[in-house]
Write a protein that binds this ligand. Structure first.
Ligand code: 5GP
Ligand code: MN
Length: 347
């Protein structure tokens, strides 16, 4: 299908099944992925808020680990548990759940230990996501890789649920705020993967009274001075350009982290920057963590970094944005990347 003409609103199929299932259940747990981002928190709080406030369901929200401070405002009065901190609460919610809805992930592997807990629970399992190739773990799957974000998908699904229900229910403001936020972050402020329906969604949601300038300030403008200086150091001293491969590599070591008082989320967006260089169409960022190296890959011109990640970096993702994990010495990572990319390009 011609991507340019693709419009999510006109292509949604089978929301009736979800409608019927929702009417049959009471306790619903919505689950997101490890290191939750705006799209993950936006989609579980958005759909969760709708199910709670408009459908009267008992809703619990769960993610595998900590929610970044700048996204906490989206949970409002809902229970949002991090599994690494609230194991008991999560187990108890899963034991009594009628339905689990996983969002913004295509595999239970994207949930670390929480994946096993989800797999083991007896609840009906649904997936709402925009990553390619979903696991076959789920009984009901809404997988739309063309969607700008899971939040956009959730928005059109909620609109369809409202229509099928046959009543006009105004989406609550909090739901609108969550869905707008996740779409805004996953498209990098309307830069990537936007469809005609994405702008339609944005325009409809703004009518709920969302203050988009304030929201942008809260989400994109809350960085520290040290993050800015780390970014400067990376671009000036640590970015290696491989013109023969059309690629850029940056590495953040534990030493860099200590020097710049690194906090979670401080390197957000760094990996996109080298793609602004003419003829650089692949960018890699490697970040040294305690137990492993976090891999972040971006591309332009349709180079499939999800395949590259799947093949060499124990991960996956979207065609132009993917990630993974490596277990090796941080000093060896760049050479490994160059070797893998060279081989991949020759295949
Ligand atoms: P980021 O570079 O922002 O951490 O991740 C970009 C995208 O890559 C995410 O939206 C997600 O789809 C995917 N991704 C990141 N890490 C992993 C991973 O470890 N495994 C898989 N399968 N996908 C990942
Ligand atoms: Mn997403």
């Amino acid at each position: 299908m011609d991507m340019w003409r693709y419009d999510l609103q006109d292509n949604l199929r089978g929301v009736e099944k979800l409608f019927v299932k929702i009417t049959q259940v009471n306790k619903i747990v919505l689950v997101g992925h490890v290191n939750p981002d705006g799209d993950c928190i936006g989609s579980i709080t958005g759909l969760g808020g709708y199910l709670k406030d408009c459908c009267g369901k008992n809703v619990t929200l769960v993610v595998p680990n900590e929610v970044p401070q700048f996204l906490k405002f989206l949970s409002h009065d809902m229970n949002l548990y991090s599994y690494n901190i609230h194991k008991e609460e999560v187990h108890s919610a899963l034991e009594s759940a009628d339905m689990v809805i996983c969002m913004d992930l295509n595999s239970l592997k994207r949930m670390d230990d929480l994946g096993a807990a989800i797999q083991g629970c007896g609840a009906y399992k649904a997936l709402i996501d925009h990553h390619p190739n979903p696991d076959d773990t789920f009984e009901l799957v809404y997988s739309y890789p063309q969607s700008s974000s899971t939040c956009e998908l959730a928005y059109w699904i909620i609109k369809e649920l409202i229509q099928i229900g046959g009543e006009y229910i105004q989406m609550p403001y909090n739901v609108a705020l969550s869905l707008y936020t996740g779409m805004m972050t996953d498209t990098n402020n309307f830069a990537n993967s936007v469809l005609p329906s994405t702008f339609r969604m944005a325009s409809e949601l703004l009518a709920y009274g969302i203050d988009k300038d304030k929201l942008q300030g809260m989400v994109f403008g809350g960085y520290s001075e040290s993050r800015m200086r780390l970014m400067g150091d990376m671009l000036l001293n640590k970015m290696t350009i491989y013109n023969n491969l059309g690629a850029s590599v940056m590495v953040i070591t534990k030493e860099d982290k200590a020097k710049y008082n690194f906090a979670k989320g401080d390197s957000e967006g760094f990996v996109n920057l080298p793609l602004n260089i003419k003829d650089i169409h692949i960018s890699a960022l490697f970040t040294e963590d305690d137990d492993y190296i976090r891999v972040s890959l971006r591309s332009k011109d349709d180079f499939p970094v999800n395949k590259l990640s799947n093949q060499y970096f124990n991960g996956g993702g979207h065609q132009r944005a993917a990630g993974g994990k490596l277990a090796m010495a941080i000093g060896d990572v760049e050479e490994y990347f160059v070797k893998c990319l060279t081989e991949f390009k020759q295949l």
